[in-house]
Design a protein around this ligand. Structure first.
Ligand SMILES: Nc1nc2c(ncn2[C@@H]2O[C@H](COP(=O)(O)OP(=O)(O)OP(=O)(O)O)[C@@H](O)[C@H]2O)c(=O)[nH]1
Ligand SMILES: [Mg+2]
Length: 173
């Protein structure tokens, strides 16, 4: 039984805020603001600072910190990464052009701290979602990195991802 800081990061619009909202035991602190860039054709609001939620699973408490997705807020990553014990990289499975960006994010995070991480192919419920091997190719992640599918609208699916993260954290102890 422990408490852990886990950062939920990933590409723009990949479902980071949704992921935290779906599983959090407390009302999530969000920082959604109207999108002012060309991305506004994709969604109306975006995270500009962070999301914060908390969940207890089998006696372990996870503090979830979501990052913004737009690259102009990348400076927030350095702040949110402090003291993190693991991170989750969400990828929008319906948006293959965004896949290479995930690789960049992973490298940047690992350069900050060599902690366990999990790559999540989110929005797996949508018909346009590509399969896991396509996500693997697009992100140039080798076979050694496990990518797991997720539907962030579904609590059981998010819980499954967090169980995997806890397993990685416990393996280190
Ligand atoms: N069908 C489906 N929709 C999802 C899923 N995850 C997120 N969404 C939807 O996708 C949209 C974007 O989700 P957000 O949680 O705002 O994404 P984000 O990564 O926080 O976005 P930014 O902070 O702007 O980078 C919302 O309408 C979500 O409800 C999923 O697994 N399946
Ligand atoms: Mg967000």
């Amino acid at each position: 039984m422990g408490s852990y800081k886990v950062v939920v990061t990933g590409t723009f619009n990949s479902g980071k805020t949704q992921f935290i909202k779906t599983i959090s035991d407390i009302p999530v602190v969000t920082t959604e603001k109207a999108v002012t860039t060309e991305d506004r054709t994709i969604k109306a609001e975006t995270t500009v600072a962070m999301d914060f939620g908390r969940v207890t699973l089998n006696g372990d408490t996870i503090f979830l910190f979501g990052t913004p997705g737009q690259t102009r807020f990348d400076f927030m990553r350095d702040i949110l990464q402090r003291e993190m014990q693991a991170f989750i990289v969400l990828i929008d499975s319906t948006d293959p052009p965004s896949f290479p960006e995930a690789e960049v994010i992973i490298k940047q995070f690992l350069a900050f701290a060599d902690v366990p991480y999990l790559v999540v192919a989110n929005k797996s419920d949508l018909p346009e979602a590509v399969n896991l091997s396509e996500v693997q190719r697009g992100t140039k992640l080798g076979d050694s990195v496990t990518i797991i599918p997720c539907n962030a609208l579904q609590k059981s699916s998010v819980r499954q991802v967090l169980r995997e993260v806890l397993e990685m954290l416990h393996a280190q102890e």
